[in-house]
Design a binder for this molecule. Structure first.
Ligand SMILES: Cc1cc2nc3c(=O)[nH]c(=O)nc-3n(C[C@H](O)[C@H](O)[C@H](O)COP(=O)(O)OP(=O)(O)OC[C@H]3O[C@@H](n4cnc5c(N)ncnc54)[C@H](O)[C@@H]3O)c2cc1C
Length: 440
């Protein structure tokens, strides 16, 4: 089958996580025609993990990894840097609990795999297993999310602690939040530094080509990929292109893309740091992930604000949206930290996320010699990592019991056609914003 994508990544140079790192020279773009054993398309968490695993499973074979952009500049380098080990909201029924256990096995395998590479290869990405606060700012979030979440963690035998009122204010340096459940398993990182480090520590049988977009892909007895300046022939390929999978005709009509925005403040001065109680670095996710605000206080004393999701079926948004969102992020920062009125937002950026209606990943064989690890439903640090690794195991016939766990998450459900889909996604986002307006 011949696939000719029409939508391509066009990220700008705004990503704060990479702007605060030293400049990096990208690997050369592909020039000419090459033969490989495996092709991996997309060098985010999913593609990097797939390429590494293919190389480990088949040390004598050649793996080519390509990305249309530069490593660390896609969504994998643009997120909030939470490697989350628990489902956002676990289920209370017996069946749902076993689903949660499978999900946790997958997430924890992803974290273990990343941690091993970070440690072995000495990747400087502020890898910090400090857990996270799942927090509410009003009773709505406590009643609807945190209390049921605590009950379900009890049923799963998972550790957590309640932090409320003055104690929470002391740990976060702000009295804005009502209460929080702190769970210990989440890791916080600088995601761009992690992704760069993963790319720089690939096994020797992986060749990376950045700024190399695939403009056509033919999968049959072999895979033939076209790029602007060369072609790649391989015996198999893994598609790890997140929401752009639709454009390759993969999971078309089953996945949607949203734009999400993040910002980093300038680093706090020593006095400002003292004024918020000289707190340790922390990460906080909101009761409602879509309408609420994710925040971090980073080891280099910056404040991260992640807020605002918008429907982006064509990977575009109105030109004035970034400036409006940035101003909103600064307001959010000052509302939560009234003593930090002189602290401004230094970097603000947008990235694209991919979702399915039933939260299932786009995983598995999708063509004769084509496999996919896409659609991470907003938790791509872990889901992308494990999806890529397991896609490589599936492609190379390597037995891994986690493949069954992954497959048990299902595949993306069909979505309503064109205009109905647009309407329903926009209506759903608007409705959620109204229902959760008390929780900001
Ligand atoms: C603001 C924000 C905050 C987030 N916070 C978190 C968080 O804290 N924790 C978490 O787990 N997740 C978070 N996410 C989601 C997470 O970033 C994504 O789920 C994850 O990055 C997806 O990884 P991926 O490898 O599947 O895709 P991507 O990182 O999007 O990688 C896909 C790659 O494919 C490439 N590509 C596409 N088309 C082509 C083509 N034709 N040819 C060649 N290459 C192509 C792209 O350039 C891209 O680099 C957040 C996302 C955003 C935007």
């Amino acid at each position: 089958m011949r696939r000719t994508p029409r939508l391509f990544p066009n990220e700008d140079a705004t990503n704060g996580w990479s702007r605060i790192l030293p400049p990096r020279a990208p690997s050369p773009a592909l020039k000419g025609d090459i033969k490989a054993d495996w092709l991996v398309i997309g060098a985010g968490f999913a593609g990097l993990s797939a390429a590494r695993r293919l190389a480990e499973n088949r040390p004598g074979e050649r793996i080519v990894l390509v990305d249309a952009h530069e490593v660390g500049e896609g969504a994998s380098g643009r997120n909030s840097g939470f490697a989350i080990d628990l489902p956002h909201n676990v289920g209370g029924e017996f069946g749902e609990l076993s689903g949660s256990q499978r999900y946790m096995r997958l997430s924890r395998a992803a974290i273990a795999s990343l941690e091993e590479i970070v440690t072995k290869r000495g990747i400087a990405c502020n890898w910090r297993r400090v857990g996270k606060y799942h927090a509410c700012s009003a009773l709505l979030g406590r009643r609807k999310v945190l209390d049921p979440f605590a009950k379900e963690l009890d049923a799963l035998g998972e550790p957590y602690r309640w932090v409320e009122g003055a104690a929470l204010a002391r740990e976060l340096g702000t009295a804005y939040f009502h209460s929080a459940l702190h769970t210990p398993g989440c890791v916080l990182v600088n995601p761009a530094a992690l992704v760069r480090g993963l790319a720089a520590s690939m096994p020797p049988n992986v060749t990376l080509h950045e700024r190399t977009r695939i403009t056509a892909l033919e999968d049959g007895a072999t895979v033939k990929a076209t790029t602007p300046d060369g072609n790649i022939t391989a015996k198999g390929a893994i598609l790890a292109v997140n929401g752009w999978a639709r454009s390759f005709g993969v999971f078309k009509g089953r996945i949607v893309t949203l734009a999400g925005y993040g910002s980093l403040s300038r680093p706090l001065t020593e006095d400002e740091h003292q004024s918020i109680g000289a707190v340790q670095d922390w990460g906080l996710t909101p009761a409602n992930a879509f309408t609420g605000v994710t925040m971090r206080y980073t080891p280099d004393r910056r404040i991260l604000v992640r807020h605002h999701f918008a429907y982006a079926p064509q990977f575009t948004r109105p030109a004035d949206e970034p400036a409006r969102v940035r101003a909103g992020h600064e307001r959010i920062l000052h509302e939560r930290f009234p003593t930090l009125k002189s602290v401004n937002i230094e970097h603000s950026w947008r990235g694209f996320l991919c979702f399915s209606r039933n939260s299932a990943p786009g995983f598995g064989r999708v063509g004769s010699n084509l496999f996919a690890a896409v659609c991470q439903n907003g938790v791509g640090v872990t889901k992308g990592t494990i999806g890529g690794l397991l896609a490589a195991d599936l492609a190379t016939g390597c037995d891994n019991p986690l493949i069954a766990d992954m497959e048990s998450l299902g595949t993306p459900n069909a979505l309503p056609p064109g205009p109905f889909l647009d309407l329903s996604v926009r209506a759903r986002l608007a409705l959620e914003n109204i229902r959760w307006r008390a929780e900001r």
